[in-house]
Ligand binder design. Structure first.
Ligand code: NAD
Length: 371
């Protein structure tokens, strides 16, 4: 049975009245509208009684090549929330791959994490079968909640997987992501401040986790001054010890007077409340979905704050992972990540010419490549 058909049947069994009603909309109606709005694509689901696997694979666009994107294993409050996340993230991966000139479309897998996974091996074998059934349309990789060891299990069932322990990229693409973000910061500092290097440039980093740590390392090595925050004192202290970073309370990061604010923790942190507090000319960091809403990019533009679009400057990990899957030259992949500098500059120049927000210009560029 076609997977969408199966979803419709599942929902119909739960909400038969709503589905047949002309006046009421079901959650699935809303999800289809959302998928339609984002110009999807395909959404596939798999349910396996024996292992308890409930997985969704959202394949946004295949025009540039097979879709690639991580596999999340996360507990969601509802199935709809997991479905919506897969659609949202699949779209974002398409835009990210296109702006990065990869020969891949965007996709994402969401596994609804059960309370207990009785047999992790069987669980991921079944997921591997699912990926294989998609015939190469979707290539899976590590994401929140999954590891290289999980990818190894998946590989016993399908070749459409990367980030295995033997792949050369392992389970942590953060160093490559941080490298790309550093290149994005360099391009921003050149464009906005006319400075050729980061020596003495003050960067406020929100989050000292995987990317935050490696970004701090990259910036420190180039003479930047750092102010950092994190809700986890241990990871923060490591950056104090190794890079001499100053620290502040998590909420105070928005008030730090610096040249660059680098969000590397959470999404939606650029909103009406925070944007008016910012005392920086540049925002450039790794966090996904930094803008609470697209129009907050316009607000930053109106305030004269240069925003380096997140999906563009945080693509280093994806570029690297895709290169490993395609057996491309890894040195070339590193150069490709370094070229984020030039793509960011192109976006800034175009945005200046059109007097538009940078996020709108970058998204338009990406979508044109998907047509
Ligand atoms: P991570 O979980 O390792 O690090 C996030 C850090 O943020 C943690 O140390 C956490 O304690 C901290 N944090 C949480 N809430 C906070 C708050 N309110 N204030 C300050 N710090 C807070 O995640 P990561 O892999 O470093 O990724 C960081 C961001 O970059 C995420 O948004 C992620 O989606 C995005 N991203 C990561 C990669 C990658 O390669 N890891 C690639 C692209 C995008």
């Amino acid at each position: 049975m076609d997977v969408i058909e199966k979803t419709i049947r599942d929902v119909a069994m739960k909400q038969p009245v709503n589905l047949q009603s002309k006046t009421h909309h079901t959650a699935l109606d809303g999800l289809f509208r959302y998928a339609d709005f984002l110009n999807f694509g395909q959404v596939h689901i798999k349910f396996d009684h024996a292992t308890g696997l409930k997985a969704i694979v959202a394949v946004h666009n295949l025009k540039r090549g097979p879709a690639i994107g991580g596999c999340r294993l996360v507990q969601y409050p509802t199935t709809d929330a997991g479905f919506e996340d897969a659609i949202r993230l699949g779209y974002m991966m398409s835009v990210k791959a296109a702006i990065s000139n990869l020969n891949h479309g965007g996709g994402k897998a969401v596994i609804l994490k059960p309370k207990v996974i009785k047999d992790r091996k069987a669980f991921f074998e079944t997921f591997g079968d699912f990926v294989n059934e998609l015939g190469g349309r979707y290539i899976t990789a590590v994401d929140s909640g999954t590891s290289s060891e999980d990818m190894d299990i998946i590989q016993t069932r399908t070749p459409f997987v990367t980030c295995t322990t033997a792949s050369g990229v392992g389970g942590d693409p953060s160093p490559q992501t941080a490298f790309g973000v550093r290149r994005g910061i360099e391009a921003s500092v050149k464009f906005k401040l006319g400075r050729d290097n980061l020596d003495g440039v003050h960067v406020a980093i929100q989050g000292a986790g995987h990317v935050g740590y490696y970004l701090a390392k990259e910036l420190h090595a180039r003479g930047a001054r750092l102010t950092m925050c994190d809700i986890n004192q241990n990871v923060l202290q490591r950056c104090v010890d190794e890079f001499g970073a100053n620290t502040c309370l998590p909420d105070a990061i928005y008030d730090v007077e610096a040249e660059v604010f680098a969000p590397c923790a959470l999404g939606s942190i650029l909103n009406l409340n925070t944007i008016k507090r910012l005392r920086v000319p540049i925002v450039a960091g790794s966090a996904n979905n930094q803008l609470a809403h697209q129009h907050h990019g316009v607000l930053l533009h109106e305030r004269g704050i240069l925003y380096a679009p997140d999906f563009l400057i945080n693509a280093g990990g994806l570029i690297y992972v895709a290169a490993a899957y395609d057996h491309a030259n890894i040195q070339k992949a590193k150069e490709h990540v370094g070229d984020i500098y030039y793509t960011v500059t192109d976006v800034f120049e175009q945005a200046q010419k059109e007097n538009r927000a940078t996020n709108e210009v970058a998204e338009k560029m990406a979508l044109e490549r998907l047509r």
